[in-house]
Structures are given as C-alpha cells and as structure tokens.
Design a protein around this ligand. Structure first.
Ligand SMILES: [Zn+2]
Length: 163
C-alpha cells in the first residue's frame, strides 16, 4: 500500500507538459501535493500560463532529487514524516530529545501536517547543532534529569565529620 502511494516519476513522460491536475493523476498523488511542490519546494512550473504547466522533464528531475535528498536528510528544522512521506516541520514546543545511548538519541516530534509521530536519530556530537536548528532546550532537560537522578550523593549527612 505504501508503494502505491509513492510518487513514481517513471509514470511521467519527460517530453510532455502537465497541468497540476494531470501531474497529480500521473503520479497517483494529490493535486495539493503537486501544488505545494511548485509553490514551496522549488518544482519549476510555467506560471505565466493558465493553468500552470510543468514540464515532464522538470518533474522527473524534481522527484529524483527529492528522493535522493530524502535518503540523506531533511531541510533545516524538518523531520521526515513517514505518513506524509515528506519532510515536515514538527509542531513547535512538542519536540523532545530522548537519549538512547551515550552517543545517540532520538528527536521525537509531531508532524505539523498530519500529526503523526516524527523522529530522527541524532548523534550526541551533533546534538548542539540540532538543538539550535530546532530551537530545542536540551541543556535544561539534562540539568533537571541530573538533579533528580542524583538525589543525596553530596549530602552533608554522609560526610564524615573528621577534622
Ligand atoms: Zn505528516
């Protein structure tokens, strides 16, 4: 079922031009998705015509680039949504970092488009950069965890009173 929903450029004829509706139909995707690609994602379209026309060749190149970049990483401030099958911004304020090991953790958020769970594995080396990218307060989280995890180790009562 997932495979059927993936926009497949092999159904696009490079030498034809498509309206947004036609492109959506050829790809088996929603026309709003194609519209979004044109408006926000850099898919070139001939916008001086009505309806707008997309060259098949551009559409194929766009989908290939999109797939390639999807395999690498999302844009700044984005996580990959498995349900949308696209990079999405997480809902602000509902994003958190969950440590998995000493060197690795997971960013977990909620898709601002479909509300599915988003996540991305992050190595702790990149954590500072990622926190800045998502405007995430990881330092505070750490401190509060440390505070509660180490209750009375430095407590005066355990200090031997020898002088
Ligand atoms: Zn989504």
């Amino acid at each position: 079922m997932n495979r059927n929903r993936r926009a497949d450029w092999r159904r696009v004829k490079g030498k034809l031009s498509y309206t947004i509706d036609e492109a959506a139909r050829a790809l088996g995707t929603h026309r709003n998705t194609v519209r979004h690609w044109v408006k926000k994602a850099g898919l070139p379209a001939m916008t001086e015509t009505r309806p707008h026309l997309i060259l098949g060749g551009n559409l194929v190149a766009f989908l290939q680039a999109k797939r390639a970049s999807r395999k690498q990483k999302c844009g700044p401030g984005e996580l990959y949504c498995l349900r949308c099958r696209a990079s999405r911004r997480p809902v602000p304020g509902l994003l958190e970092y969950r440590p998995l090991t000493r060197t690795r953790g997971r960013l977990v958020g909620i898709c601002s488009t479909c509300e599915a769970i988003l996540h991305r594995f992050v190595s702790t080396r990149r954590l500072t950069a990622v926190a800045a990218e998502f405007n995430l307060q990881i330092g505070d989280h750490h401190e509060s965890l440390a505070d509660s995890a180490l209750p009375a180790l430095n407590c005066d009562s355990s200090t031997p009173a020898e002088k």
